[in-house]
Design a protein around this ligand. Structure first.
Ligand code: FE2
Length: 160
């Protein structure tokens, strides 16, 4: 295949990501890159996807720490990958992000959807609370997440 024909690959989660995972696999190095405000966004995102692919609890914790980043785009990406990882460890952080009314609407939307994707019922009260959020992006995401949790509670086999 010629270089001109090369297109971004599909991740092990079935998504085409905005950046390929970093070739670095050491979690503390990836964490450092993620948290470094002076590193280029592309490299920080590569660290995000490498941490996601690592799937360990330490990787989840590093991704949760990343919500201190100044970039709303990066914080939104963190919420997205935590939803993909479906690790309950991220639930308290995602509930905090959704509840923070000073957080960017795009990040809160993604946190709500991630809470639905993780499928932890402890998130139900906070999702119910923000059903009444004045921002439709937030309230609609909470509605979708709650419907997903309800669908998962139905006594039929999940096959999608
Ligand atoms: Fe989104």
């Amino acid at each position: 295949m010629s270089i001109a024909d090369r297109v971004p690959g599909v991740s092990e989660y079935g998504s085409v990501d905005p950046a390929p995972p970093s070739t670095e696999s050491d979690i503390s190095e990836l964490r450092k890159t993620l948290l470094d405000e002076d590193t280029k966004m592309f490299e920080r995102m590569r660290a995000v996807f490498s941490l996601r692919n690592n799937r360990s609890s330490q990787a989840v914790s590093a991704l949760c720490e990343g919500f201190g980043a100044s970039s709303a785009l990066l914080r939104h990406e963190l919420a997205y990958v935590l939803g993909q990882m479906q690790d309950n460890l991220a639930v308290p952080t995602l509930m905090q992000v959704l509840s923070n009314e000073t957080e960017h609407v795009m990040v809160r939307h993604e946190a709500a959807e991630a809470l639905g994707a993780i499928g932890d019922r402890t998130a139900r009260p906070v999702l119910e609370k923000f059903l009444a959020d004045p921002l439709p992006e937030v309230s609609e995401s909470c509605e979708v997440a709650l419907d997903l949790l309800s669908l998962c509670d139905e006594p039929t086999e999940i096959d999608w």
